[in-house]
Design a binder for this molecule. Structure first.
Ligand SMILES: [Zn+2]
Length: 254
Protein backbone atom coordinates (compact mmCIF):
# COMPACT_ATOMS: atom_id res chain seq x y z
CA UNK A 1 0.00 0.00 0.00
CA UNK A 2 1.35 3.36 -0.93
CA UNK A 3 0.78 6.39 1.26
CA UNK A 4 2.28 8.84 -1.20
CA UNK A 5 0.40 10.68 -3.93
CA UNK A 6 2.36 13.21 -5.99
CA UNK A 7 0.45 16.08 -7.58
CA UNK A 8 1.76 18.68 -9.95
CA UNK A 9 1.82 22.20 -8.46
CA UNK A 10 4.31 23.87 -10.78
CA UNK A 11 5.80 27.07 -9.35
CA UNK A 12 4.21 30.29 -10.63
CA UNK A 13 7.00 32.70 -9.63
CA UNK A 14 10.57 33.23 -10.86
CA UNK A 15 11.98 32.42 -7.38
CA UNK A 16 14.28 29.59 -8.50
CA UNK A 17 17.22 29.04 -10.83
CA UNK A 18 18.73 26.27 -12.94
CA UNK A 19 20.99 23.87 -11.05
CA UNK A 20 24.72 23.81 -11.83
CA UNK A 21 25.99 21.56 -9.01
CA UNK A 22 25.22 17.90 -8.34
CA UNK A 23 22.58 17.18 -5.67
CA UNK A 24 24.11 15.73 -2.49
CA UNK A 25 21.83 16.98 0.31
CA UNK A 26 18.19 16.58 1.36
CA UNK A 27 16.76 19.37 3.55
CA UNK A 28 13.59 18.85 5.59
CA UNK A 29 11.45 21.72 6.89
CA UNK A 30 8.14 22.36 8.59
CA UNK A 31 6.04 25.01 6.88
CA UNK A 32 4.69 26.89 9.94
CA UNK A 33 1.65 27.54 7.71
CA UNK A 34 -1.34 25.49 6.67
CA UNK A 35 -1.40 23.76 3.30
CA UNK A 36 -3.16 26.49 1.32
CA UNK A 37 -0.93 29.26 2.68
CA UNK A 38 2.20 27.14 2.20
CA UNK A 39 1.39 26.47 -1.45
CA UNK A 40 0.61 30.13 -2.04
CA UNK A 41 3.87 31.40 -0.52
CA UNK A 42 6.05 28.72 -2.08
CA UNK A 43 4.48 28.87 -5.54
CA UNK A 44 4.00 32.63 -5.77
CA UNK A 45 6.33 34.23 -3.23
CA UNK A 46 10.03 34.97 -2.85
CA UNK A 47 10.84 31.46 -1.57
CA UNK A 48 10.42 28.06 -3.16
CA UNK A 49 10.95 24.34 -2.63
CA UNK A 50 10.74 21.08 -4.54
CA UNK A 51 7.93 19.44 -2.58
CA UNK A 52 5.22 20.47 -0.12
CA UNK A 53 3.95 17.48 1.83
CA UNK A 54 0.40 17.76 3.17
CA UNK A 55 -0.79 16.14 6.39
CA UNK A 56 -2.77 13.54 4.43
CA UNK A 57 0.37 12.40 2.59
CA UNK A 58 -0.23 14.23 -0.70
CA UNK A 59 3.03 15.64 -2.08
CA UNK A 60 2.79 18.76 -4.23
CA UNK A 61 5.66 19.03 -6.70
CA UNK A 62 6.66 22.65 -7.36
CA UNK A 63 10.14 22.37 -8.86
CA UNK A 64 12.11 19.85 -10.89
CA UNK A 65 15.17 18.28 -9.25
CA UNK A 66 17.30 20.14 -11.83
CA UNK A 67 16.14 23.48 -10.45
CA UNK A 68 17.50 25.20 -7.33
CA UNK A 69 14.82 26.19 -4.81
CA UNK A 70 15.13 29.01 -2.30
CA UNK A 71 14.33 27.17 0.91
CA UNK A 72 17.52 26.96 2.97
CA UNK A 73 18.59 30.61 2.92
CA UNK A 74 21.90 31.40 4.57
CA UNK A 75 23.16 27.94 5.40
CA UNK A 76 26.22 25.73 5.78
CA UNK A 77 26.79 22.01 6.04
CA UNK A 78 30.08 20.12 6.24
CA UNK A 79 31.99 23.33 5.68
CA UNK A 80 30.16 24.36 2.51
CA UNK A 81 27.80 27.34 2.32
CA UNK A 82 24.76 27.74 0.03
CA UNK A 83 23.06 24.42 0.67
CA UNK A 84 20.28 25.38 -1.77
CA UNK A 85 22.68 24.98 -4.69
CA UNK A 86 23.05 21.24 -4.11
CA UNK A 87 19.92 20.21 -2.23
CA UNK A 88 16.38 19.00 -2.69
CA UNK A 89 13.97 20.61 -0.22
CA UNK A 90 10.77 19.22 1.28
CA UNK A 91 8.42 21.52 3.20
CA UNK A 92 6.27 19.39 5.49
CA UNK A 93 2.98 20.98 6.51
CA UNK A 94 3.06 21.44 10.30
CA UNK A 95 2.40 24.69 12.14
CA UNK A 96 5.25 23.99 14.54
CA UNK A 97 7.14 20.70 14.60
CA UNK A 98 8.41 21.61 18.06
CA UNK A 99 4.84 21.41 19.38
CA UNK A 100 2.77 19.24 17.08
CA UNK A 101 3.38 15.61 16.18
CA UNK A 102 3.62 14.66 12.53
CA UNK A 103 0.58 12.56 11.55
CA UNK A 104 1.10 8.90 10.69
CA UNK A 105 -0.05 9.25 7.04
CA UNK A 106 2.28 12.18 6.51
CA UNK A 107 5.28 10.30 7.95
CA UNK A 108 4.53 7.22 5.83
CA UNK A 109 4.35 9.41 2.70
CA UNK A 110 7.49 11.29 3.70
CA UNK A 111 9.41 8.02 3.98
CA UNK A 112 8.27 7.08 0.47
CA UNK A 113 9.10 10.49 -0.96
CA UNK A 114 12.57 10.58 0.65
CA UNK A 115 13.23 7.03 -0.57
CA UNK A 116 12.37 8.10 -4.13
CA UNK A 117 14.66 11.13 -3.89
CA UNK A 118 17.55 9.12 -2.41
CA UNK A 119 17.20 6.58 -5.20
CA UNK A 120 17.38 9.34 -7.82
CA UNK A 121 20.34 11.01 -6.11
CA UNK A 122 22.75 8.41 -4.75
CA UNK A 123 25.12 11.28 -3.84
CA UNK A 124 22.88 12.09 -0.85
CA UNK A 125 24.63 10.03 1.84
CA UNK A 126 23.06 9.46 5.28
CA UNK A 127 25.05 12.38 6.74
CA UNK A 128 23.48 14.73 4.26
CA UNK A 129 19.86 14.20 5.24
CA UNK A 130 19.40 17.29 7.40
CA UNK A 131 16.86 19.57 9.01
CA UNK A 132 16.78 23.28 8.30
CA UNK A 133 17.88 23.81 11.91
CA UNK A 134 21.03 21.72 11.30
CA UNK A 135 22.26 23.95 8.47
CA UNK A 136 21.06 27.28 9.93
CA UNK A 137 21.45 26.94 13.73
CA UNK A 138 19.80 29.62 15.89
CA UNK A 139 18.15 31.15 12.80
CA UNK A 140 15.86 28.14 12.18
CA UNK A 141 14.20 25.53 14.43
CA UNK A 142 12.42 23.38 11.84
CA UNK A 143 11.40 20.60 11.37
CA UNK A 144 11.38 20.62 15.18
CA UNK A 145 11.79 18.27 18.13
CA UNK A 146 8.66 16.28 17.27
CA UNK A 147 10.12 15.28 13.90
CA UNK A 148 10.56 11.47 13.67
CA UNK A 149 14.27 11.34 12.75
CA UNK A 150 14.73 7.91 14.32
CA UNK A 151 11.82 6.47 12.36
CA UNK A 152 13.29 7.85 9.11
CA UNK A 153 16.74 6.46 9.91
CA UNK A 154 15.19 3.03 10.53
CA UNK A 155 13.76 3.32 7.00
CA UNK A 156 17.24 4.06 5.59
CA UNK A 157 16.90 7.86 5.53
CA UNK A 158 19.60 9.70 7.47
CA UNK A 159 21.34 8.52 10.62
CA UNK A 160 20.39 7.69 14.18
CA UNK A 161 23.05 7.01 16.82
CA UNK A 162 22.33 3.57 18.21
CA UNK A 163 23.99 2.34 21.40
CA UNK A 164 26.09 5.46 22.09
CA UNK A 165 27.99 5.09 25.37
CA UNK A 166 28.09 8.07 27.78
CA UNK A 167 31.38 10.00 27.58
CA UNK A 168 32.98 12.59 29.86
CA UNK A 169 31.68 16.10 29.23
CA UNK A 170 34.31 18.01 27.27
CA UNK A 171 35.17 21.70 27.06
CA UNK A 172 33.24 24.03 24.77
CA UNK A 173 36.11 23.82 22.27
CA UNK A 174 35.95 20.02 22.29
CA UNK A 175 32.18 20.08 21.81
CA UNK A 176 32.62 22.45 18.86
CA UNK A 177 35.21 20.19 17.21
CA UNK A 178 32.78 17.26 17.50
CA UNK A 179 29.86 19.31 16.16
CA UNK A 180 31.89 20.30 13.11
CA UNK A 181 32.96 16.68 12.59
CA UNK A 182 29.22 15.86 12.46
CA UNK A 183 28.76 18.52 9.75
CA UNK A 184 27.61 21.51 11.79
CA UNK A 185 29.01 24.98 11.07
CA UNK A 186 31.61 26.77 13.19
CA UNK A 187 30.50 29.67 15.41
CA UNK A 188 29.69 32.65 13.20
CA UNK A 189 27.56 35.76 12.86
CA UNK A 190 24.99 36.84 10.33
CA UNK A 191 22.88 39.89 9.66
CA UNK A 192 20.31 41.29 7.33
CA UNK A 193 21.53 42.99 4.17
CA UNK A 194 19.03 45.87 3.93
CA UNK A 195 20.14 46.89 0.46
CA UNK A 196 19.94 43.55 -1.31
CA UNK A 197 17.52 41.78 1.04
CA UNK A 198 18.21 38.48 2.77
CA UNK A 199 20.79 37.42 5.32
CA UNK A 200 24.54 37.46 4.83
CA UNK A 201 27.54 36.20 6.82
CA UNK A 202 29.15 38.86 8.97
CA UNK A 203 32.83 38.01 9.51
CA UNK A 204 33.25 40.53 12.37
CA UNK A 205 30.06 40.88 14.43
CA UNK A 206 31.48 43.96 16.22
CA UNK A 207 31.86 45.78 12.90
CA UNK A 208 29.16 44.78 10.43
CA UNK A 209 29.47 46.18 6.90
CA UNK A 210 27.34 49.25 6.04
CA UNK A 211 23.68 48.46 5.40
CA UNK A 212 23.72 45.28 7.50
CA UNK A 213 21.36 45.26 10.50
CA UNK A 214 20.15 42.82 13.15
CA UNK A 215 23.51 41.08 13.54
CA UNK A 216 23.27 37.84 15.52
CA UNK A 217 26.10 35.72 16.84
CA UNK A 218 25.72 31.97 16.58
CA UNK A 219 27.64 30.34 19.43
CA UNK A 220 28.63 26.77 20.22
CA UNK A 221 25.63 26.61 22.59
CA UNK A 222 23.32 27.54 19.68
CA UNK A 223 24.90 24.92 17.43
CA UNK A 224 24.66 22.33 20.22
CA UNK A 225 20.96 23.21 20.55
CA UNK A 226 20.51 22.42 16.85
CA UNK A 227 22.26 19.07 17.36
CA UNK A 228 20.03 18.26 20.34
CA UNK A 229 16.89 19.27 18.46
CA UNK A 230 17.77 16.53 16.00
CA UNK A 231 19.35 13.81 18.14
CA UNK A 232 18.43 14.48 21.77
CA UNK A 233 15.04 16.21 21.63
CA UNK A 234 14.26 15.75 25.33
CA UNK A 235 17.55 17.22 26.54
CA UNK A 236 17.91 20.55 28.29
CA UNK A 237 19.08 22.30 25.15
CA UNK A 238 22.42 24.04 24.87
CA UNK A 239 24.12 22.01 27.62
CA UNK A 240 26.18 18.93 26.92
CA UNK A 241 25.67 15.92 29.19
CA UNK A 242 27.54 12.61 29.22
CA UNK A 243 24.81 11.29 26.94
CA UNK A 244 25.20 14.23 24.53
CA UNK A 245 28.95 13.56 24.40
CA UNK A 246 28.29 9.92 23.57
CA UNK A 247 25.96 10.90 20.73
CA UNK A 248 28.46 13.46 19.44
CA UNK A 249 31.32 10.96 19.41
CA UNK A 250 29.13 8.39 17.73
CA UNK A 251 27.98 10.75 14.95
CA UNK A 252 31.35 12.47 14.51
CA UNK A 253 33.06 9.17 13.70
CA UNK A 254 33.73 8.82 9.97
ZN1 LIG B 1 12.75 25.76 6.97
Amino acid sequence: MTALHIRDARIASASFRPRTEAVDTLVLHHTALDLAASLKVLREGAVSVHFVLAEDGTAYKLLEDGEVGWHAGLSMWRGRPDVNARSIGIEIVNLDGNLHAYPRAQVAALIELCTLILRRHPGIGPRNVVGHSDIAPRRKVDPGRRFPWQRLAEAGIGRWPGGAEPRPVGSEAEVQVLLEACGYPPPHAFGRDERRGGNIWVPDAARPPPGVTGVERVTTADILRAFQLHYQPRARAGRATAHTMGLLHCLAAP
